[in-house]
Design a protein around this ligand. Sequence first.
Ligand SMILES: Nc1ncnc2c1ncn2[C@@H]1O[C@H](COP(=O)(O)OP(=O)(O)O)[C@@H](O)[C@H]1O
Ligand SMILES: [Mg+2]
Length: 580
Amino acid sequence: MSARRSPWLLVAAHLRPEGRRLGVLLAALVVGTALPLVGPLLMRSFIDDATAGRPTRTLVILAGGYLVIAVSSQAVAVLAAYLASGTAWRTTNRLREEIAEHALHLDMDFHARHTPGEMIERVDGDLLGLTEFISGFVAQAVGSSLLLAGTLIVVWTVDARVGATLTALVAFGSYVLFRAQRRVVPAAAAFRQATAELLGSVEERLVAAEDIRANGAGRHVLNRFHEDSARVFGADRRWQVRGGAVLAGTNLLFAVGTATVLAVGVLLLRAGSITVGTVVLLLQYSTLVRWPVEQIVGQAKQLHEAGAAATRVAAVLGEPRTIVESPSARTLPGSGPLSLRFAGVTFAYPGDAPVLHDIDLEVRSGTTLGLIGRTGSGKTTLARLALRLYDPVEAYVALAGTDLREVALRSLRTRVHMVTQGVHVFRASVRDNLTLFDDGVDDGAMVDALASVGLREWLAGLPDGLDTLLGQGGIGLSAGEAQLVTFARVFLSEPGLLVLDEPSSRLDAATEAVVHAATDRLLTGRTAIVIAHRLATIGTVDEVAVLEGGRVVEHGPRAKLAEDRTTRFAHLLAAAGARR
Ligand SMILES: Nc1ncnc2c1ncn2[C@@H]1O[C@H](COP(=O)(O)OP(=O)(O)O)[C@@H](O)[C@H]1O
Ligand SMILES: [Mg+2]
């Protein structure tokens, strides 16, 4: 899965399950191509029979046949479009699923390098482009090529001289159209770019309207607006002129083509080698080639864009996962607190200098460690290692005596729980927010968990109890309530190791007291690391470690460090006390 794949092989691999449907689609396209080719043949018989004075009955049958063909070729075209769009969606949905699944398991480092917007663009934008391309390409490019080839073959069999003329015209026309298109595309892109810039600066000025007025910058701003608008106008005109010229050129090209075929036909008619019906037939075929030529040229540009989209998708799928499970991985004990040990760990983010040096820490099972230190000292990084969001560069982190690299990932993710600084409430029911979409948890446990964090009354006040929708469009939560809901999650999942990265934003005093009490209850009897910004939060932890520049500069039982006036911890406590 991690090997880089060629983008088109990737698309082909996901198309493979569509094999039989693709067969039906191809059959529909062949029939859809053959039908319009038959029309002019019927028309020829009709004209030749009419001029030869054949009975009306034959003529009516021929006219009827012509009508049936026209209607059924439309029906087949609808069927082909239906099949093509189904195939395209099923194929890209398989890719969507794969890329979403893969991205979810990629390293944190990958997500640090790529914004959520970029990922949405891969899963949504690029794959939508591919979907449209597959349905468009299969139905249009393949259909058009068949139609074009079919027309030329029929014309060649009717008359080789006209066939040669038409083939030369098609080749020349495609070449000219293709070249012309290459000049229109950049003009369209330049227009979009100019519009985006105009809108961007309008937005910026609206936001800064007050400043602009207060500083008398109005004239300057208006000038800029005129300049930007002039650019949009110029770009639009270039685009329209070029697009118009291409359309006019194409019309002229095919008109000349039709006239040439007509001239050749009339010469042959005069020479007596073909009938009037055949001249009409050839004329019809010469107008029939225009549509497929335009389609094929249009698809060539899309082929290029879809190729780029497929390349970007393949690049994400080719991104290797570094946090992989060892084949000999073991599961952690299913319940009870677990011990944690950093055995002289050194860590650097990929491509950066080390940010943690020689970390030697042990958190005995059922005890808590308070972690303090300045912003950037490495507290959050240490927490990430405990969750195996990254692997250490040197030494190892062990849970219940097992190197994290030897722990089954599923077991690790269920037994280690982190409450981060950024509390996230999902747009889902209270129930789903508590269980994170696991429906094997009974209501009683959820009510108890909410009661444990002091949310009993809050729950009682909800309109639909546990089924009340939270987040956008539902009940909004205060910062304190959101924090408590995430605490309740912890009570439900009974983690063997809990990492609490305390939010540094201030809660109001009353809420803080509630959150505090809940934190104490949360930590009782648990193995935990508490990253504290407020010393009050770690009033009950067993041990304290102070981080500085990625090193542990002080570590010991909290009470002992607090007593000894020479310690950093005691100094911090004294300073905090003095501020009060
Ligand atoms: N994803 C990351 N990629 C690269 N460097 C990072 C990343 N996250 C944090 N750092 C760096 O690692 C150091 C420790 O950061 P962090 O663990 O967040 O500190 P703290 O939580 O104590 O404020 C800082 O120098 C920070 O710039
Ligand atoms: Mg931090």
